[in-house]
Unconditional design. Structure first.
Length: 324
């Protein structure tokens, strides 16, 4: 059967019933991050039902990781009557904060206690979605990599910024707790190509599943759904943990150095990721919540395409989430 053309705009719209009916299981959030030219990292999440709250409710979570300085972490909680959302595209408003698809770009705004940003993220690399596939957690990567610019607010002061941004969207009707111990997630951005990956760790502590989304400006080179699309489209991805460390605050032992390898047809990559600095340690405030780390890493990406090999050296933001 010929596959229907994917509506990536609608794949980034709301997926759960809102106002919420399945309060303690379903989830729906929009995530944006940026690595600015001044060295700062920025993350904001707009959630219809924050999985790290009890009871769950709408929220905006903001993290700024200033270069060489301590993390800035803010959260603002909302009632459902303060929220509007769309089933046609990304268009979410919580109070005065929002994120919306404006056609060729996304616009996002957040302001919490004098910290936040107003940014435009241009659509560049080819989008991806799991829409229509039988996966436990829906994932639309609307902007795997794209130019971002605007204003970053620190303590009420506005700073002009630009850099590389990313936007994805997750949703589902069932928690992943009990199926996996934790996951690693991150991305490697180069001017030519973007690798977005996840490594899911089983309850036995071994790597259960590794996937990679590989895109450039024109094409979807590899995707986590390749295995569903027949033998001519199957890609292979493998993760290997090279060295571990134990973090004392929460007591978890995790990879400080790992390698991810992938291939599909005449394309292959090797990504070496080495932890540089932990910038966030977030202990869940609820018994069945999620403990999380974010860290900056040194990245080496070796890409072979059509017989030509190129090596890139970058640095970026990665995270590890533990499911309690």
């Amino acid at each position: 059967m010929e596959k229907k053309e994917i509506n990536y705009t609608k794949a980034d719209a709301t997926h759960i019933a809102f106002p919420v009916t399945n309060r303690e299981e379903s989830f729906d959030w929009w995530y944006f991050d940026a690595h600015f030219d001044n060295g700062d990292h920025f993350v904001v999440m707009y959630s219809l039902k924050d999985t790290r709250l009890n009871p769950r409710q709408p929220s905006v979570r903001l993290n700024i990781y200033p270069h060489g300085q301590p993390e800035i972490s803010k959260i603002k909680l909302y009632q459902e009557e303060d929220v509007s959302t769309s089933y046609e595209k990304c268009d979410v408003t919580l109070g005065e904060e929002y994120c919306k698809d404006c056609g060729d770009y996304y616009e996002l705004y957040t302001m919490i206690d004098g910290y936040g940003a107003k940014l435009k993220l241009k659509k560049k690399n080819h989008p991806f979605t799991t829409e229509g596939y039988p996966v436990p957690m829906g994932w639309t990567v609307a902007v795997p990599s794209g130019p971002i610019e605007g204003e970053l607010y620190k303590g009420g002061d506005a700073i002009k910024v630009k850099g590389i941004g990313y936007h994805d969207h997750n949703w589902g009707e069932k928690s992943l707790a009990g199926a996996f111990k934790n996951w690693y997630w991150g991305k490697i951005h180069t001017p030519a190509i973007s690798i977005d990956y996840s490594m899911m760790i089983g309850l036995d502590g071994e790597i259960a599943n590794s996937v990679a989304l590989v895109t450039d400006e024109k094409s979807l080179i590899m995707s986590p759904t390749d295995a569903f699309d027949g033998p001519n489209h199957i890609s292979k991805t493998e993760g290997v943990i090279n060295a571990t460390m134990t973090e004392e605050t929460m007591g978890y032992t995790f990879a400080k150095d790992f390698t991810l390898k992938g291939s599909k047809g005449d394309f292959s990559f090797i990504a070496n990721v080495k932890l540089e600095k932990i910038v966030m340690i977030e202990k869940s405030e609820i018994a069945k919540g999620e403990d999380a780390y974010r860290y900056t890493a040194k990245e080496e990406l070796i890409v072979t395409r059509n017989g030509e090999t190129k090596t890139y050296h970058t640095d970026g933001l990665h995270e590890i989430v533990y499911l309690n």
